[in-house]
Design a protein around this ligand. Structure first.
Ligand code: 13P
Length: 285
């Protein structure tokens, strides 16, 4: 069923847990993420952004995700990840998405405020909640580039409070040393900065770039106001490794279903493991 509204997010923030936002690119990743929600019984956000839309076509992936979420017994939000485009935001809102992320983090502060405020106006009219980003993460959303946190810019706590008040946004993605994709050296989050942001910003915080983050760092962030955790690279790697493993046996008979099934099951297992890491009472792994 579709998870509408911010209740699950604010409940996660209140309980000191987080909802995973998993990125999907195709049918098998959607199916794997849905399976993780059904097995765990935890709410999950199924999300895709512009690059996944370029691969499948926006309507195809939107409909795939919405249909899978509506048919599932689990509570699944369908979320637009990293959009810089108000027309794309409007298309997803019109299609029935439950939340959108408008990403103006590359813009000067005032322009980020203006873009975000307009997305909030359009989305809230339709009962859709909005995530925005302040500060900028290093790395690429679709491929691990070996970036380090130094390539981004950290979120300023006072500015984050001003941004949240000026835009009416429902959740704020922050840059506190997190990086998109896998990194050569372990990431160390600036948890003091996160704590200062949490003290000043009244909405749930979002941590992008959670792939490969040590368990104790992840839970440290969750204890400091992070109520949504975005994961992509870990699912991509699990999917590709499973596909590669299945290929030698599948190639002689051109058994495509065996390969896709291996990819789907690997996504399901990885998404389940991460979801359980974020559930109430989890201990660092
Ligand atoms: P990772 O690829 O590092 O998990 O980041 C995912 C993300 O932040 C999607 O928005």
């Amino acid at each position: 069923m579709l998870l509408r509204g911010t209740e699950a997010l604010t409940a996660a923030a209140r309980e000191g847990t987080a909802i995973p936002g998993f990125v999907a690119y195709n049918l098998e990743t959607v199916q794997g993420i849905v399976a993780a929600a059904e097995t765990s019984g935890r709410p999950i956000l199924l999300q895709a952004g512009a690059s996944a839309f370029r691969h499948t076509g926006r309507t195809a992936l939107m409909n795939l995700a919405l249909d899978a979420a509506r048919r599932s017994t689990a509570a699944l939000g369908v979320h637009l990840d990293h959009s810089r485009d108000l027309d794309e935001v409007a298309a997803c809102v019109d299609a029935g998405y439950t939340s959108v992320m408008v990403d103006g983090s590359h813009l000067p502060f005032a322009e980020n405020v203006a873009l975000t405020r307009e997305a909030v106006r359009r989305a809230h009219d339709a009962g859709v909640w909005v995530e925005a980003e302040l500060g900028a993460l290093a790395g690429d959303e679709d491929v691990s580039t070996g970036a380090t946190a130094a390539g981004g810019s950290m979120t300023d706590p006072e500015q984050a409070a001003e941004f949240t008040a000026a835009t009416g946004v429902d959740a704020l993605a922050v840059a506190v040393g997190n990086v998109h994709g896998f990194t050569a050296d372990p990431v160390r989050l600036d948890l003091d900065r996160l704590e200062r942001i949490h003290a000043l910003v009244p909405v749930p915080l979002v941590l992008h770039g959670a792939s490969g983050l040590p368990g104790e760092q992840l839970l440290g962030a969750v204890r400091r106001g992070v109520a949504k955790v975005n994961v992509n690279a870990e699912l991509r790697r699990a999917y590709l490794a499973a596909v590669a493993g299945a290929l030698p046996e599948a190639l002689p008979g051109a058994d495509t279903v065996a390969v896709w099934t291996a990819g789907r099951d690997a996504v399901a297992a990885t998404a389940l493991r991460i979801t359980e890491t974020l559930a109430p009472g989890a201990t660092p792994s």
